[in-house]
Design a protein around this ligand. Sequence first.
Ligand code: CP
Length: 303
Amino acid sequence: MSSRNQKSLLDLRSLSQDQVLFLFEKAKSFSQESLAGSRESKRETAALIFFEASTRTRMSFETACARMGLHPLFLDAGGKTSLEKGETQEDTLLNIAALRPAVLVIRSGDGLDQEAMGRTIDVPIVNAGWGLRGHPTQALLDIFTLWKRGRNLEKEKILIIGDIRHSRVAASHFELAKSLNYEIALCGPKHFLPENSQFQVFSKMEEGLRWCTTAMALRVQNERHAEGSGSANKDYHSEFGLTKKRLDDLNKEIIVMHPGPINHGVEMTTEVVHDSRAVILEQVTNGIYIRQAVLQRALGEEF
Ligand code: CP
C-alpha cells in the first residue's frame, strides 16, 4: 500500500486507538477555532438549496459566491439527496443549517414556509424564488438594470405582461414599487390577471405599450395551467406576444425585459429576444451584482 493510500479511511479496523484519539483532538481544536472565529474558520460557506428547478438564479448565486470568496454548498432536489428517502424539506434545511453556513439561499414551492424556517434557524435566509410568494432578487435585478442605465425610477411606467396571477416575479414587483415609486400596469388575458388588481389593467396590448416606458413580459407558466396547450399559446401570442412590428409601430423607444426562461414565439418572438430594445441578458449579468450585494448584507454588512 502506498503512503498516500494509508491516509484513506474506509473502515475503522485500520485505525489504532492513538489514531482515533488524534482525530478527536484535531476535531476539538477545529471546534474551538470555530467558536473563536479564527482565520481558518472564516472560510465561510453559502448553502444554495434548490427544491425547484433553476438555471439563472442558481448560477448567478454561485457566481456571486465565487466572486466573494464564499464557498457554495449546493443542494439540487432533482439530484441524489435524502429527499428521495422521504426526508422532509424542513428537516433538510435544519440539517444543512447545522453545517453552519453563513447564509441559506432557498428556492422552494409554497409548501415550505420560508418565514417559519427563518424563525427556527439562526442563519439568514435569502429567498431565491418561493412559490407564488415572491422572487425578491429577480425584482431587484430588474429595477437595478433600469437604475444602472440612469433611468429615473419615479418616472418609470412598467407594463407587466402575461401570466401575472402565477408569477412570483410580479408579486415581488408589487412590493418593490411601493418603496421605489415606479408605476405598474398589467396586461394579459383575464384568466392570467389577479382577481382584484390594485393596478391599472390594459386588455389591449397596443394600449398598454403606448402607456409604458418598459415592457416586462412574464413566462407563460404552462406547468401551472390545466388548460395549457400549444393552441392556447398561439392565441396568447397573437394578442399579447411582443413582436418587432408591435414595437416599431409605437414610434417611441421602450425597454423590453423578461426574467427568463423564455417561451420563444409565445411571450415574444426570437427576433425581439435579440432586438436592441431587449435587455434580457443584461438583466442576467446584473443579477450577479444584486446577489453579491444581498449576500454581503446577509453576512452582516450594515445598511
Ligand atoms: N428568472 C429565473 O428565476 O430563472 P431561473 O428559474 O432559471 O432561476
